[in-house]
Design a protein around this ligand. Structure first.
Ligand SMILES: NC(=O)c1ccc[n+]([C@@H]2O[C@H](COP(=O)([O-])OP(=O)(O)OC[C@H]3O[C@@H](n4cnc5c(N)ncnc54)[C@H](O)[C@@H]3O)[C@@H](O)[C@H]2O)c1
Length: 351
């Protein structure tokens, strides 16, 4: 048996449940960078070809010879050699699979959002309080972004004075013939909120990272996309507990030159921060007088995927605190779900 010290450095024995696009395109580059920390024991998917493909990748990239293939997730949960599972499933399955996995004694890293609606999310968080021996990370990569950490450091040091406004814009076209939105479960919209819920939950996490907790919100929504079910266009106004105000303009059916634009401006009493993917610019003064005081370019900008898998490993092996806990993920999800309530009820919602 491995001693405590050896166990501490041992790679985690992972089972992958749901071997689709996010695993291949987003998790894989991160896991490859952490190949001293992860071994894949089994890959599961109801589509055996998908599981097979990821199992072969695991053999070559993650030093995981003999990685098994399964089409039944219960087989993965019953396997003694699986310590932890990565759940990357259609959104409507996630919360039930998290529960099944912790009941089987497995640590879990599960893709965002944690549930298909707010009630399900709350129930999940309540039930998980009874399972203290298993670690659960919700893979909300925005909670692990280095550029956000730098911006928070500037704000905490008073570099822009008192922050009073956060303006976030996320504008992109949702392609349905290839890529993430070609998946039938997204087009059928078996969870509340459509593209806004699936993609906008990242912006909710970003708003909370940068502005802290939200106390009031009001939203106006539209459904514009010709193929995708549910909502894709949202204007969301917010008041943070800090007293700052904010807005998120989310357009998932935007056909414009900017294509794929995500940007954030934070205004403070003494300056401003402009943030795009991996790059933050701190300025003082306004108009012609404005000058750049400091610039930050994240040399490893990957959106936070390496950070989430690193945190999961350290939570299990070193008892490090989980950053994107289910409680944090529920607060992100609450912003999205309550925004839908606000739009439906035509009212301001208090959180
Ligand atoms: N963090 C991010 O940036 C990001 C980006 C894209 C997707 N995601 C999330 O990742 C998750 C998966 O999305 P995706 O784009 O990879 O979808 P996908 O459809 O490509 O992958 C899901 C896989 O789950 C499989 N599956 C369905 N039911 C199953 C079952 N009962 N047992 C085993 N496998 C089953 C499907 O066959 C499919 O291969 C979603 O939660 C999504 O929100 C996150």
């Amino acid at each position: 048996m491995a001693g405590a010290k050896e166990k501490k450095a041992e790679p985690l024995k992972l089972g992958i449940i749901g071997s689709g696009l996010a695993v291949k395109w987003l998790h894989w580059p991160a896991l490859k960078k952490l190949n001293d920390k992860y071994r894949v024991v089994v890959c599961c998917d109801i589509d055996p070809k998908a599981a097979q493909e990821v199992a072969r990748l695991a053999e070559s990239d993650l030093n995981s010879p003999g990685c098994r293939v399964s089409t039944d997730y219960r087989e993965v949960l019953a396997a003694d050699d699986v310590e932890a599972v990565l759940l990357s499933l259609p959104i409507h399955l996630t919360s039930q699979f998290i529960l099944d996995a912790v009941r089987a004694g497995k640590h879990v890293i599960a893709e965002k959002p944690l549930a298909a609606n707010l009630e399900q999310g709350r129930e999940l968080v309540d039930t998980l309080r009874g399972f203290t021996d298993t670690k659960v990370v919700i893979a909300e990569n925005y909670h692990y972004r280095n550029d956000f950490a730098k911006v928070k450091e500037w704000m905490a040091a008073g570099r822009i004075g008192q922050p009073f406004l956060i303006q976030m814009v996320s504008r992109f076209w949702t392609e349905t013939s290839s890529g993430f939105s070609s998946t039938p479960w997204r087009q059928d919209n078996q969870y509340r909120g459509g593209i806004f819920a699936d993609a906008g939950v990242h912006q909710a996490a970003a708003l909370r990272e940068l502005g802290g907790e939200v106390e009031q919100l009001q939203a106006f929504t539209k459904s514009v996309h010709p193929v995708m079910g549910g909502l894709d266009t949202v204007v969301l106004n917010l008041r943070f507990r800090s007293g700052a105000v904010g807005s998120l303009v989310f357009a998932g059916a935007a056909k414009d030159q900017a294509g794929g634009m995500v940007m954030t401006d934070i205004l403070g009493s003494g300056g401003a921060i402009h943030l795009t993917r991996g790059k933050a610019v701190l300025t003082e003064g306004n108009g012609k007088e404005a000058r750049v005081v400091e610039e930050y370019n994240d040399p490893d900008h990957d959106g936070g995927y390496v950070g989430e898998f690193e945190n999961f490993y350290r939570a299990i092996r070193e008892n490090a605190p989980v950053v994107a806990s289910v409680e944090e993920a529920l607060k992100d999800w609450e912003i999205i779900m309550r925004a839908l309530d606000s739009a439906e009820s035509r009212s301001v919602v208090l959180l």
